[in-house]
Design a protein around this ligand. Structure first.
Ligand code: ADP
Length: 191
């Protein structure tokens, strides 16, 4: 089994590259952001709960997010491995993911972080907001808050996996194809 974490700040291109990697390595892409948007679109109780946080650029509480992630993995036992996109976003989520995979005699093989600076991120997200229909991409204040949250709560997940030599950083600026090539090179080396 190959299990990857695609890591990086909001707007670093995780979703785009996860789709490329999903096809190339025949893995299942799980984006917690997409799962939440699906729940919100269907006005489910989970979606309504998540909306209160997402609309402010804050993280949805760990227990809600972890429960949703586990359900998704448990409902797709045929997968050959997973690309986790937007998860884990806190140390508690990383610990929960590790024990969950361990119970399945599996583990994270590698975390690949896309390195993109804050100004580029704000530019990309505002641009994405013009067409994505995502309210959290339309307001610079919410975008800035997402970056603050990333720096305060999420960035440490990189260090958490670095302790077991699983974290790798690549330059997240360039064409989609260049970045995809960089990712494949690193993943092939690590797996
Ligand atoms: P981004 O483009 O910001 O990376 P995502 O689609 O991954 O966006 O996530 C959108 C929002 O959903 C986040 O800002 C956050 O509010 C919520 N969210 C997604 N994943 C998680 C998570 N693992 N833990 C808590 N909240 C999350």
């Amino acid at each position: 089994m190959l299990n990857l974490i695609l890591f990086g700040p909001p707007g670093s291109g995780k979703g785009t590259q996860a789709s490329n990697l999903e096809d190339h390595y025949d893995l299942l892409h799980i984006s917690t952001g997409d799962l939440f948007r699906n729940e919100m679109g269907n006005d489910t109780p989970l979606g309504l709960k998540a909306k209160a946080f997402i609309s402010k650029g804050e993280l949805v509480p760990d227990e809600v997010t972890i429960g949703m992630l586990k359900n998704k993995v448990n409902s797709t036992p045929e997968a050959k491995g997973y690309i986790f996109d937007g998860f884990p976003r806190t140390i508690a989520q990383a610990e929960a993911l590790d024990s969950f995979l361990e119970e399945k005699n599996s583990a994270i093989n590698v975390l690949v972080a896309l390195d993109v600076d804050d100004n580029e991120i704000v530019k990309r997200l505002l641009n994405r907001g013009l067409t994505s229909g995502r309210a959290d991409d339309n307001d610079e204040e919410i975008i800035r808050n997402r970056i603050v949250v990333y720096n305060n709560e999420t960035a440490q997940v990189y260090d958490y996996y670095a302790k077991s030599d699983k974290s790798i950083k690549i330059q997240g600026i360039g064409t989609e194809e260049e970045i995809f090539d960089r990712l494949k090179a690193k993943i092939d080396q690590a797996s």
